[in-house]
Design a protein around this ligand. Structure first.
Ligand code: SF4
Length: 432
């Protein structure tokens, strides 16, 4: 079966494991143990997949620079789904990442027709204020696409490396797609690669926490990062089975391969279009040298970005969470008491009668109240595991969970909204 992921369409990803087979996304649980203190989304497998996250775990371990970047399209109110991305960004910032948050106003303008004024208002009021309230630190970078000369200039350069056929293969664009929509797709690639510009310290691993529907942006951007780079390093073997590296030029300026050869402490052979390197026992040094020469020659030497993929919460009434169905979600600005009532009306995985529930146990895996507890409201894994176990063996009734979840939701929103008021007074600290 061919899955189609559409970052601008409705989300319907019914079997996450298919993403591993069809798109080459790797299971996150294989790498989670490398992290000393993984976020609850990681521990509980809500973050289920990644691309090249080993670059990020290595950077964390070796205390080397890395970045985290994600964006929000300012089309409507921030809700618990957006909170997930915000928390992931903040967690990586706490782990030492240089954090970037882009408000995708060019995308909102081109794809949804939202005015610039409205984009700014929604961007600040609904996303940035909540992001700060959740703990984003001022040493990170928050910006609007339309106001970032870096992003606009880089998008233009990247667009020289992409053509219509590629964009339609990735996004399903047709002859009816407006040009600004295509520009906004490339602008997102510029958002993702911006943390690697020299103003921010140059090439480095960068992780983009996203929902699985956003993978097309990752594929486009990783491809563009490769295309922009002047050199490619390949591991090879000669006829006597000796291993060596070959540094291949991809339209690099004349003389740059010789510059690389001069700086390397190993045996090199210079050919037209490539150099072979023998006896290199330090791949990182080789990579660093190639990157230095590329940057000195006006290139970017981008590290193809890494990504993490999280599951989506279902709607409170079951089915999909959708901004057009207010009963399906909880907004971060929602009246806490009304939100608590919504939780009490949410669909559970309970059985038709108490007797049946006691006999068969509840279906926590199909329960939106349990999802709220697992995604947002219970930090302690042991407490959550107890709730799960009591549910499935019929010891727990849905009324108990609803009472707990609605109380915790009211507390969370009351606290979050107090912090939002404080955040509004701190916008200057973030250059806004
Ligand atoms: Fe959901 Fe709790 Fe009912 Fe189980 S007992 S189905 S976790 S509400």
């Amino acid at each position: 079966m061919n899955m189609k992921l559409d970052p601008w369409g409705s989300v319907n990803i019914d079997d996450y494991s298919k993403l591993f087979d069809e798109f080459g996304i790797m299971p996150f649980e294989d790498i989670c143990s490398e992290l000393p203190d993984p976020h609850r989304y990681m521990r509980r497998k809500m973050i289920f997949g990644h691309r090249s996250y080993d670059l990020i775990t290595d950077a964390m371990k070796n205390k080397e620079p890395f970045s985290v970047m994600s964006g929000f399209m300012p089309t409507g109110g921030g809700h618990l789904g957006h909170k997930m991305v915000m928390e992931e960004i903040i967690w990586h910032q706490k782990m030492g990442g240089d954090a970037f948050v882009g408000i995708a106003d060019r995308e909102a303008y081109s794809v949804r027709g939202i005015s610039w004024e409205k984009c700014r208002q929604i961007g600040i009021e609904d996303y940035i204020v909540s992001l700060i309230a959740l703990g984003f630190e001022p040493d990170g970078h928050i910006y609007f696409q339309s106001e970032s000369e870096n992003v606009k200039d880089l998008a233009f350069e990247l667009s020289a490396k992409a053509n219509f056929s590629e964009l339609s293969a990735i996004y399903g664009f047709s002859g009816e797609t407006n040009v600004a929509h295509m520009v906004s797709a490339i602008t997102q690639s510029a958002d993702i690669l911006q943390p690697q510009l020299s103003e921010y310290g140059g090439p480095k691993p960068t992780v983009i926490p996203v929902g699985a529907d956003q993978d097309p942006h990752m594929r486009l951007t990783r491809g563009l990062a490769h295309k922009m780079n002047m050199f490619r390093i390949e591991g090879r073997e000669d006829k006597d089975k000796n291993k060596f590296f070959s540094v291949r030029s991809k339209a690099a300026p004349e003389g740059s391969l010789a510059e690389i050869a001069e700086r390397l402490p190993w045996d090199t052979k210079l050919f037209e279009g490539h150099i072979d390197v023998y006896g290199a026992d330090d791949y990182n040094k080789l990579l660093e040298t190639v990157r230095d020469v590329e940057i000195e020659n006006g290139g970017y030497a981008f590290v193809p970005p890494s990504s993490t993929y999280h599951r989506f919460m279902s709607g409170l009434q079951g089915g999909k969470m959708s901004s057009s169905i207010p009963e399906s979600l909880i907004s971060l600005k929602e009246d806490p008491k009304l939100a608590a009532k919504k939780v009490k009306r949410a669909k559970t995985g309970g059985r038709v009668s108490l007797e049946e529930q006691k006999k068969l146990g509840g279906e926590a895996d199909k329960c939106s109240v349990y999802e709220l507890l697992m995604f947002h409201l219970v930090e302690d894994d042991k407490e959550l595991a107890e709730i799960y176990d009591e549910c499935i063996c019929g010891k727990r009734m849905c009324g108990t969970c609803k009472a707990l979840a609605s109380e915790l939701m009211e507390e969370f929103l009351t606290d979050h909204q107090e912090k939002r008021e404080l955040a509004k007074e701190r916008l200057d600290d973030y250059g806004l």
